[in-house]
Design a protein. Structure first.
Length: 324
């Protein structure tokens, strides 16, 4: 999501970086809990539903406490519903990747969203894309090939497909958020995403819901709490820092995913992930650097929205600079 324009005196880069780092801890923890809950028998539709449904009262409580419920008023319910439909599909792909793959691999594949956004910009929107961004796309997908190991068995193909699907969908969502952010408050985008996402996944509960013990319900509550806190932290980070400054912090989620993989599953990333992840991260950094160099306005090709951060694990969007 895009933070509104603010006077330079409001910028506090160090605070923004700290808030963004804390958000990555919360998001990584949320995906770890989702993976554990899945292993304990909680279905993917249930995970998505309770993540979204429990967030709605939390956000409402915050807005009531701050006397700002009025920010939810909108004349663009259709746009919010469409964004929630697309975003929920991306969240399903991302959670699917986290449950099917080791966390470091799933997290790394989430970093491909800027690469797909470049492709959307060039092939669908017909905007000019320069050699730097094309080089970054090639570098990033080379990293994907290293991790996926096409033609070999070790990596789950369905998990790879889910991870890349999340990247594609979140790239598309960033363009929807760019449009919504022109008229809607960031917290309103977060609230309506959770509200409509809960309605969509509620339709699947009769088919997939099952009985759970106290531990599973505590996990579901923790998933909702960590995800909602992450959204607030991301919004706050964008209040105090520029997108190009804070979005780089998103790559620390790979460190936390690796830590949780070692702590809970006694598993460390294979050498293919150690080789492929730096290529994908370098590609994202090149895109961010190039666009910051060309324009003060960060385009969707180097950014994600707050709701989509859960769908893939990163950041925020603004209008596309010309002549890239």
């Amino acid at each position: 999501m895009t933070s509104p324009s603010r006077p330079p005196s409001h910028d506090r880069p160090l605070l923004a970086i700290i808030l963004r780092l804390a958000a990555m801890v919360m998001l990584s923890t949320m995906f770890m809990l989702m993976k554990v809950a899945s292993e304990r028998g909680v279905s993917l539709p249930e995970l998505i539903f309770w993540r979204q449904a429990m967030s709605v009262p939390m956000i409402l409580a915050w807005l009531l406490a701050t006397r700002s419920v009025g920010v939810l008023a909108t004349t663009r319910m259709g746009s919010h519903a469409l964004r929630a439909t697309t975003g929920t599909a991306g969240l399903c792909c991302n959670v699917g990747a986290a449950t099917l793959l080791p966390l470091p691999e799933a997290t790394t594949l989430g970093f491909t969203s800027p690469l797909f956004a470049v492709l959307i910009t060039a092939l669908i929107l017909r905007d000019k894309v320069g050699k730097w961004r094309w080089m970054a796309v090639a570098l990033g997908f080379a990293g994907v090939l290293v991790i996926a190991q096409p033609g070999s068995a070790p990596v789950a193909p369905l998990g790879i497909a889910a991870g890349l699907g999340a990247g594609v969908i979140v790239a598309a969502v960033s363009f929807q958020i760019r449009d919504l952010a022109r008229t809607e408050a960031p917290i309103a985008c977060v609230f309506w995403f959770a509200f409509y996402g809960a309605l969509l996944t509620a339709t699947l509960l009769p088919l997939y819901a099952g009985p759970h013990g106290r531990t599973e319900w505590l996990m579901l509550g923790a998933i909702a709490i960590t995800g909602t806190i992450a959204q607030f932290l991301i919004t706050a980070a964008l209040r105090f820092g520029q997108v190009a400054t804070v979005v780089v912090m998103d790559y620390t989620s790979l460190m936390w995913a690796t830590f949780y993989g070692w702590l809970i599953w006694d598993s460390l990333p294979p050498h293919t992930t150690a080789l492929g992840a730096p290529l994908i991260i370098a590609a994202g950094l090149i895109i961010t650097w190039r666009e910051r160099y060309l324009s003060r306005r960060i385009s969707p090709t180097s950014s994600m929205d707050v709701g989509a951060i859960e769908e893939m694990d990163t950041g925020v969007s603004r209008e596309t600079p010309a002549g890239t």
